[in-house]
Design a protein around this ligand. Structure first.
Ligand SMILES: Nc1ncnc2c1ncn2[C@@H]1O[C@H](COP(=O)(O)OP(=O)(O)OP(=O)(O)O)[C@@H](O)[C@H]1O
Ligand SMILES: [Zn+2]
Length: 470
């Protein structure tokens, strides 16, 4: 059977790195075996789901390179792929469960349920549905319906069953059915509960593997019981530990974790993002930057881990650096100017690229260098200020003369300045850089100077000379 994996997000916010890793691993495990990566939009939470989030989600997946081989607008063999449109399908399975007495209407009010839970806790028991409506007679049900009470539908959990499954990430898992109370599969407003439609859809769409976050681990026995009651096949499940933010809480749409959209807008490269994510909860033998094809080829379920992982921006930056270094100059310029507008004159672009590329991780870095190059009002940072103050004004006057004589050729300028100032090494390069760029580190001066131009360089050296004499 062909491997079919799926990503089944809810369009209730912007996709974050935790969601993206789930999507990535599902895609990689499918592609490794030339299988199908399916996308299904789980928009049953009508209040929080929006079409805008769904659109953004798909755009984010495309940007990450995680295109789906089945799902919205692609190879629609089990449509629709939006759960909000699958009500009729779910209705058939609710009916089947009711016909077989595997589900029953529950008329308990929220207050009654809460009271029951309190009593159970007070008696030292784990709270679960007490079964109040489990054995109502048809006439009792009729009477309640006649009063206009909208019931929920509960799944009748089989007694004394052991539910065992092998988790792709965590190995064998066991649950006892008696620990699980009869649970709601259809809410009073008619909408399906997550475990229900998620399980039914995986079966109908013939999903063979479902990797997801460990927030779903306790849903799994419920889903397996539903599928078994309906005689439907279950996928192989795998549950990853959640990715935690710097505050130690799981990344979540609700707590404003950095979204994929935001990462893209800041100029992160998608190849950096997927290389980073592929190594959270999975180890590769190679620590070089890999293409998606290579990541898929080398993914291995024996190398999955469930140690908790924390989002580390430093690691992501490492991958950003590697991904950037793979771009040729034209791609690099495109990446840059896609994100920002630069005032660099077009005949100097090439020089600019050579000058700043090694110092740029994000477009905004390049923007800062461009501003430094072009400004008529250079501001020194604290360190530069200090260096300039500690340097004799004669040095900058010598530098001014050397600038003229060299016509802006940095190597010539330095040669002459060595002679005239008698300084060399750090003592020479630091004040020169500080005066010309306002900072004490940065791109190679030999590239920067022609960009700054003789006129601005002259002004900058003069103000350094002036400052010193103050
Ligand atoms: N912090 C996380 N780390 C890893 N995976 C996660 C994380 N949060 C969610 N997931 C996984 O992402 C997939 C899609 O989940 P879903 O669309 O429900 O998003 P969510 O972030 O859990 O939403 P919400 O913040 O509303 O709970 C699921 O497999 C879920 O387990
Ligand atoms: Zn009830």
């Amino acid at each position: 059977m062909t491997v079919k994996t799926r990503f089944a997000p809810s369009p209730t916010g912007y996709m974050h790195l935790g969601n993206a890793r789930t999507a990535l691993f599902n895609a990689l495990f499918a592609w490794q075996e030339q299988g199908v990566f399916l996308l299904r939009i789980e928009d049953t939470d009508q209040e929080r789901s929006t079409t805008e989030f769904a659109q953004q989600l798909m755009q984010d997946l495309q940007w990450l390179g995680l295109s789906w081989q089945e799902g919205p607008n692609v190879n629609e063999i089990s449509p629709p792929y939006y759960q909000a449109q699958r009500g009729e399908i779910y209705a058939r399975y609710y009916q089947q469960l009711m016909d077989n007495d595997q589900a029953y209407p529950c008329f308990c009010s929220a207050a009654e349920l809460s009271l029951s839970r309190k009593l159970q806790r007070a008696a030292g028991q784990a709270p679960r549905y007490a079964g109040t409506c489990a054995h109502l007679s048809p006439s009792e049900i009729e009477a309640k319906l006649a009063q206009g009470v909208q019931p929920t539908l509960r799944f009748r959990v089989p007694k004394n069953e052991k539910i065992i499954f092998t988790d792709m990430v965590r190995g064998e898992q066991q649950f006892m059915s008696d620990d699980i109370g009869d649970f709601i599969i259809r809410r009073a407003d008619g909408t399906p509960a997550f475990f229900f439609c998620n399980a039914i859809d995986d079966a109908l769409m013939q999903v063979t593997k479902a990797l997801r976050g460990e927030d779903h681990l306790t849903n799994t026995p419920r889903q397996l019981m539903i599928l078994s009651a309906l005689n439907l096949p279950a996928p192989q499940y795998g549950h990853f530990s959640l990715i935690l933010g710097h505050d130690g809480a799981p990344l979540s749409k609700r707590n404003g974790s950095m979204s994929i959209k935001e990462l893209r807008e800041k100029g992160w490269l998608s190849l950096a993002v997927v290389n980073y994510l592929a190594r959270l909860g999975h180890s590769y033998t190679e620590d070089t930057l890999l293409s998606l094809e290579e990541l898929a080829r080398q993914i291995n379920d024996q190398r999955l881990g469930h140690a908790p992982s924390r989002f580390d921006p430093q690691h992501l930056k490492h991958w950003q650096q590697l991904a950037l270094s793979q771009l040729d100059d034209e791609q690099w310029w495109q990446w840059l100017t896609h994100n920002i507008t630069l005032e660099i004159p077009s005949d100097l672009c090439h020089l600019f690229i050579h000058a700043v590329r090694p110092n740029v991780l994000f477009p905004e870095d390049a923007q800062q260098w461009a501003e430094m190059i072009l400004t008529e009002n250079l501001v020194w940072n604290e360190e530069a200020h200090l260096v300039i103050k500690e340097t004799d004004s004669a040095f900058f006057n010598h530098a001014l003369i050397a600038l003229h004589n060299s016509q802006g050729d940095y190597a010539k300028l330095v040669d002459e300045l060595k002679q005239t100032s008698g300084l060399k090494g750090k003592k020479l390069f630091m004040p020169l850089r500080a005066a010309l760029t306002g900072v004490t580190h940065g791109p190679e001066m030999a590239y920067l100077l022609p960009l700054i131009g003789i006129h601005r360089a002259e002004q900058r050296l003069s103000s350094a000379a002036d400052q010193d004499s103050l």
